[in-house]
Design a protein around this ligand. Sequence first.
Ligand SMILES: Nc1ncnc2c1ncn2[C@@H]1O[C@H](COP(=O)(O)OP(=O)(O)OP(=O)(O)O)[C@@H](O)[C@H]1O
Ligand SMILES: [Mg+2]
Length: 442
Amino acid sequence: MAASMDKTEEETSFKSLGVVEPLCEACEQLGWKAPTIIQKESIPLALEGKDIIGLAETGSGKTGAFALPILQKLLDNPQRLFALILTPTRELAFQISEQIEALGSSIGVKCAVIVGGIDIMSQSLMLAKKPHVIIATPGRLVDHLENTKGFNLRSLKYLVMDEADRILNMDFEVEVNKILKVIPKERRTSLFSATMTKKVQKLQRASLQNPVKVEVATKYQTVEKLQQSYLFIPSKFKDCYLVYVLNELAGNSFMVFCGTCNNVQRVTIMIRNLGLHAVPLHGQMSQSKRLGALNKFKSKSRSILVATDVASRGLDIPHVDVVINFDIPTHSKDYIHRVGRTARAGRSGRSITFVTQYDVELFQRIEQLIGKKLPLYPTVEEEVMLLNERVTEAQRFARMELREIAEKKKRPAEDDLEDENVKIPAKKKMVKGGKKKKGRRK
Ligand SMILES: Nc1ncnc2c1ncn2[C@@H]1O[C@H](COP(=O)(O)OP(=O)(O)OP(=O)(O)O)[C@@H](O)[C@H]1O
Ligand SMILES: [Mg+2]
């Protein structure tokens, strides 16, 4: 069966799926020689005008799978405010916009990214120009729907929810309901993700019309070329093990996931103190700093991105070699998305999940979800412990720096987040004593 599948894959081209010439050329220019499986299976259906629920593993080309039909339908029926793509995070919205613009450059598609953390007025001006495609995070789009004069989505023809299970989860419920209320029922709707839940089946709420399910992966599948492992270590030596692994695998690009903004800050400063080139990415940074940090990592001027789950879904940074779950994800599904930041589009990659005495249950849940037992990442304990003294010193400095930043924050001047010397801001919550002072300032 595999052989015959390979054969059909070889024979399939974007053209044979019904994609029109200018878009086929755009694919070629991006180096896409043949459609991926999800593209092969969903594009013809989308071109037929079907609603789609697309499930395919991380890095398998889902963006192209929804972008190409949008562009083609737009060509058939040129219209402003034609399509809306909802995504859970801002960086992902920018990335999708870039991909759509790359695919649609020859047909002159105009996109607008409408996300939080960016000046509202300039967004209103962009909306006034009536782009063809809006890529938005739900909250900010609702702001515009409610407050921007003259802006509405009553002519919308196409809705996509990328990372649909996330968009449809409770966090976005109010916003998404508001959006669904004001867009036409007569439209195409597509939902894509690498993980689907029952909630997505419940998404009749999203008023899909006889949707076709295109499931290229089983429900919770990780990529074959991803080498996954774990470390079982005492909580108090986590930092030591992190530094050990980063040294052992030096020369690679890393994404290190932490559970909170505070820990992202702390870990970034701590490893910077040891001379490692890290940048932070989390939700308490200003948007310009977030994009700045991400760009430094993307352009390889920094080899380590330390992030919260704000970076766990959708981001496509092909050179990521290693994903480290420094803090184990509390939602098992996030594991799949986090480790999916490496081993994309047929490349190989590896992931290492830190499991402490407190994390055993969560880890077992992850293994259960992905249906695999992970091997232990080999370490030499004596070598790890040799680092202890330096790491302890770096931790101490990190604590001091965080305290200084917290102090500074009480003054109005903004810290320069990406600045290697000044390090991280602590916008709302201070790392130390933040809770106690919470009432003082918003
Ligand atoms: N047909 C193709 N041939 C080669 N590369 C492709 C093709 N389609 C997409 N790609 C590339 O594959 C990479 C992953 O694509 P994409 O980001 O769309 O994955 P995804 O399925 O959305 O993953 P995730 O679940 O992490 O969001 C991108 O760099 C994209 O340019
Ligand atoms: Mg994606």
